[in-house]
Design a protein around this ligand. Sequence first.
Ligand code: 6PG
Length: 244
Amino acid sequence: MSGGDAAIATVLPDPEAVASAAADWLLERVRAAGDRPSAVCLAGGSTPQRLYELLPAPPYRDAFPWERVHWFWGDERFVPREDERSNYRMVRQALLDRAPVPEANVHPIPTSFTPREAAAAYERELRRFYGADTLDPARPLFDATLLGLGEDGHTASLFPGTAALEERARWVVAVEGVKPEPRITLTYPPLESSREAAFLVTGAGKRDIVRRVRAGADLPAARLHPVGRLRWFLDREAAPEDPR
Ligand code: 6PG
């Protein structure tokens, strides 16, 4: 894999265009896997919801190789699955309940037991799917990793100043005391084990953090270096270099 290539930024007119461009990208990524199973790591939060809503409808519905795509989450709020904060609930409502996704292909982060036990259980599931305990840069875990960006520079639930940023052995950890609810998050190694990763960012409120992250500031999102290609799908409001 040719990691370290400069990131590719695509600036779209508005959030709807960002969702469409990301859907096109995601389709291309899973098709590139050919006949082998592919794995998508989903972002939570609100930005990617429209992307997820597009996939069960034409033109994506009939083009997507649903039976071969496996769905994972990059992070989860440690709340019941019916809780409105749940990233799983958001994806199930937007995508999974509306598309022909085999249930065996859906790999939600557990939110029962304790946060630490849930993180350990998800790590076992990732390792089982990958088929090895060590990530090989030449054989990435994910074909496509979707990422959001918080205004503090976090991505997934890798928040500034937390121990999770330094974790290089475990693939999944619990993050407590930062948000009202505990978070379960993938650490950098599995997130970076991606043939391609893409940040989806929209809105003027994100413009400054996008500029800082892309300038290489010491922020969690700026420390993520996928083994493959990194892309940014931005709307005009979030694109810092966009002439006003
Ligand atoms: C989450 C996400 C988180 C999100 C950013 C941006 O669980 O909240 O994983 O990293 O992507 O906070 O959130 P918005 O898209 O809602 O701005």
